[in-house]
Design a protein around this ligand. Structure first.
Ligand code: M6R
Length: 637
């Protein structure tokens, strides 16, 4: 979490820093700040709230209103003028957008942080695990802390180390020897035209320009300016000037500078005709699905393609373990259902944070597969690393080829072509993960059992059209859902392959509207959750009929469970196919989707639930694209 940027060169740093921070806002958006080098001093400004608020604060420095207001305080007006001049002229600076880990989102806790003498300013992404003991030591030495952050210890430690060493990189290494945890650091030093960097377990890249350098947590930020990117490795430090990068390892040895040439990305992501990125991304699902089908399933009569890059012999795999978080975990549960059904391989699904640090009993015939849209989720990375170290084969499904998980499992990654997902709540990335798991399950079944799944493959080809038809019903769904905006608790129920969609529906509603919602397997309701039911708790069931006797049983039993909820006076909603005409009188609200085979229905059934969360959040006036407390990329464990 948190995004950091830095710039040194010939252009105005402030503008580049703010633009960079905006492109990193997906990593956290509860406060932001920048610092620039002005002649001999470091000038900084920070603010709780989003980057727009910081921008406004900077603009106000020049506003006559502020100067007039502060006429009584000559000091304030001089300070505003000094800061304003520094921001207009400096070509060297650092910036930060925060997702609070230690200390509330406030102006004071926002980065950059400084030492007591204001000789340095630094921004940090990561967590210093032993900050409390370091803080106590520093306090005993008379240092008064001004923030509640873990980061402030680094500012004081670095400042002290500088007094005892000749070189700033040596001083930084001394700090690195003391701190435990993860960090990407960018540091400004008074009087010196340079930026100092360090990295451990948090991403940090340098974009190499012509007489200028751009630093960021994510290459997509620097790719707006240059296609030459240098990725720092763990425990490397760097000193960056306008014309040069000096890179060293933890022992002080010079490291080789390996610059990769990436495709430059000058495109600015736009909402187009949509009010929010979320609804834009919901609407992109037919196109993404279509693209994936063309890539992997162009001819249903042929074996599935798109996995040629993998160095895995599925006939040698005896067990698969999925590790993932949030929506990706829900996708994994669907993957388990499909792989066990078609490929007959036992599959476990683990919450990545639970799998990350336990003793895992895996060997070379086990495949541990991490699913992560961002490819940067710390818990998922830790879980895959744990499995890799224990001897398992590892693989990933990710939406970003330029990500840590891709590098970790290379070449065993399948990259979903969902495109950049801006909205924090996952929609198109989730459905693309689910579809990739259909492909993977078919691939494993074909490789291991020589299974003929032509019929399933043909049916999958109809998905883009059906998704389109669901999206066309958005207005009808809106009318149905808005009646439920004022409830405070929701229960989502389903069985079998759609049980994970009940979990996903509940997660979406929770994160977008802040309404408490829980997903359960329908059959589990009577074992406890039923106690909370009354007229104030709507129950939404996903009940899709199946063509076989076994699957039909799932539908019937889902209906009886919904009846049980209704008997407790709960308002009852159901997602059901057009042809199911035995539902009137059983449910208060029937949310119709086009007829679809039960086995293929998760992707279709999830779309009305995306709309449910969207319309209710909009109705309640919530921040749809950037819900409170969340971040798109969760890079701390
Ligand atoms: O980038 P990842 O797929 O690893 O992210 C995992 C979760 O943080 C993510 O799915 C989260 O739950 C979303 N906000 C759900 O909408």
């Amino acid at each position: 979490m948190c995004g950091i940027v830095a710039y040194i060169g010939k252009n105005k740093a402030k503008d580049l820093l703010l633009d960079g921070l905006k492109s990193l806002e997906y990593r956290g958006y509860d406060s932001a700040g920048i610092a620039v080098l002005d002649d001999s001093k470091i000038e900084l400004i920070k603010s709780a709230g989003k980057i727009a608020k910081l921008e406004q604060k900077i603009a106000e420095l020049r506003s006559p209103a502020l100067v007039a207001d502060s006429a009584s305080s000559e000091f304030n007006s001089m300070l505003a003028e000094r800061l304003s001049k520094a921001f207009e002229t400096s070509s060297c600076g650092i910036g930060h957008t925060r997702w609070a880990t230690h200390g509330i989102a406030s102006d004071g806790n926002a980065h950059p942080h400084q030492d007591l003498e204001a000789d340095i300013a630094l921004v940090h992404n990561g967590i210093i695990k032993n900050y409390l003991s370091l803080k106590h030591e520093l306090e005993q030495d008379g240092i008064e802390f001004r923030t509640e952050t873990d980061t402030e210890v680094i500012a004081h430690l670095f400042s002290r180390a500088r007094q005892q060493t000749e070189s700033d990189l040596d001083a930084l290494r001394q700090v690195m020897a003391k701190v435990e945890g993860s960090y990407a650091l960018a540091i400004l030093v008074k009087d010196q035209q340079k930026i100092i960097l360090a990295k451990n377990q948090s991403p940090l890249v340098i974009g190499i320009g012509d007489g200028e350098h751009f630093v960021a947590s994510d290459s997509s930020t620097v790719l707006q300016y240059t296609n030459k990117v240098l990725k720092l490795k763990d425990l490397q430090v760097a000193e960056v000037t306008a014309g040069q990068v000096k890179l060293e390892d933890i022992n002080g040895n010079e490291s080789k500078i390996e610059v990769c040439h990436s495709v430059q990305n000058n495109s600015i992501l736009e909402k187009g005709p949509y009010k929010h990125f979320l609804v834009k991304e919901i609407n992109e699902q037919p196109a993404v699905t279509s693209l994936m089908l063309d890539q992997c399933l162009a001819n249903p009569a042929k074996p599935i393609s798109g996995f040629e890059q993998l160095d895995i012999d599925f006939s040698q795999i005896n067990r698969i373990v999925f590790v993932a978080c949030g929506s990706a975990y829900h996708a994994a549960l669907i993957g388990k259902y499909l792989i066990e059904l078609w490929a007959k391989v036992p599959v476990e699904v683990a919450i990545a944070s639970e799998y990350a640090s336990k003793q895992v009993l895996v060997g070379e015939s086990d495949l541990v597969l991490g699913i992560s849209q961002s490819g940067e989720t710390a818990d998922t990375l830790a879980a895959v690393t744990n499995a890799k170290q224990a001897g398992a084969k590892v693989m990933a499904i990710t939406n970003k080829s330029d990500s840590a998980i891709y590098d970790l499992v290379s070449p065993n990654a399948y990259v979903t072509p969902a495109g950049i997902e801006v909205s924090v709540a996952s929609t198109k990335a989730f459905t693309s993960q689910v579809l990739s798991l259909y492909f993977l399950a078919i691939k494993i079944a074909e490789d291991r059992l020589n299974a003929d799944l032509t019929e399933v493959k043909q049916a999958l080809r109809s998905l883009p059209l059906v998704i389109d038809q669901v999206i066309e019903r958005a207005e009808q769904y809106q009318n149905q859902f808005l009646k439920y905006s004022n409830y405070r608790d929701f229960l989502f129920l389903s069985r079998g392959v759609n049980y994970p969609i009940a979990l996903e529906g509940a997660l979406k509603l929770k994160e977008l509207s802040y309404i408490h919602a829980t997903g359960y397997p329908s059959g589990e309701m009577k074992h406890g959750p039923i106690a909370i039911l009354d007229q104030n708790v709507p129950v939404l069931s996903i009940a899709i009929d199946g063509p076989t006797k076994f699957e039909h049983g799932i539908y019937e039993r889902s209906l009886s469970n919904a009846e049980e909820a209704r008997a407790r006076k709960s308002p009852s909603l159901v997602i059901a196919c057009d042809d199911n005409n035995d539902l009137d009188g059983v449910f208060d609200e029937i949310i119709r989707i086009p007829n679809i085979d039960q086995l293929l229905s998760p992707i279709i059934a999830t779309i009305p639930l995306q709309f449910l969360a969207y319309y209710i959040a909009e109705d309640l006036g919530k921040d749809v694209d950037q819900p409170r407390n969340l971040a798109k990329s969760v890079t701390v464990e």
